[in-house]
Design a protein around this ligand. Structure first.
Ligand code: RB5
Length: 149
């Protein structure tokens, strides 16, 4: 799979661990994240990864900031993005099965490197179930369309 990866300054170390892990599984990783603390906001990295996902240049995105929250909120402003913050593998599985999340996010100040790998495994090994869950995603898209300028 081809995966876009983004992070801010709070998550450089975990980003490198995650990148190495994803590559060790045979994935191609497009690293769009921070590699040094230059005071660039997490919004920049969230948007960069979201753009790659909606353009279908990658299969999905991974975002990491301190909590995973700011960077996912930024990504979720891009129409078509469903970025989900996960701190455990159960949530990670369900955001794929039920929400068809196209970006998974987590916090470097919240989860350790082993937990991050478990979260990614759960997400990547799950399949979207469609059916009633697709109906709900369609309703989310309706909200998005209603509020877009
Ligand atoms: C940066 O200090 C921190 O605010 C950011 O990484 C993130 O946690 C925001 O949601």
């Amino acid at each position: 799979m081809k995966i876009a990866l983004g992070n801010d300054h709070a998550a450089i170390e975990l980003k490198n661990t995650v990148k190495e892990y994803l590559e060790s599984l045979g994935n191609e990783v497009v690293d769009l994240g921070a590699n040094e603390n230059k005071g660039i906001s997490y919004t920049v990295f969230g948007e960069a990864v979201a753009d790659k996902v909606v353009a279908k240049e990658v299969d999905f995105g991974v975002l990491i900031c301190g909590t995973g929250v700011g960077i996912s909120i930024a990504a979720n402003k891009v129409p078509g993005i469903r970025a989900a913050v996960c701190s455990d593998p159960t949530t990670a599985r369900l955001v794929k099965q039920h929400n068809n999340a196209n970006i998974i996010a987590f916090g470097a100040r919240i989860v350790g490197s082993e937990a991050a790998k478990d979260i990614l495994d759960a997400y990547m090994n799950a399949e979207f179930e469609g059916g009633r869950h697709q109906d709900r995603i369609d309703l989310i898209t309706e909200i998005e369309n209603k509020h877009s300028k």
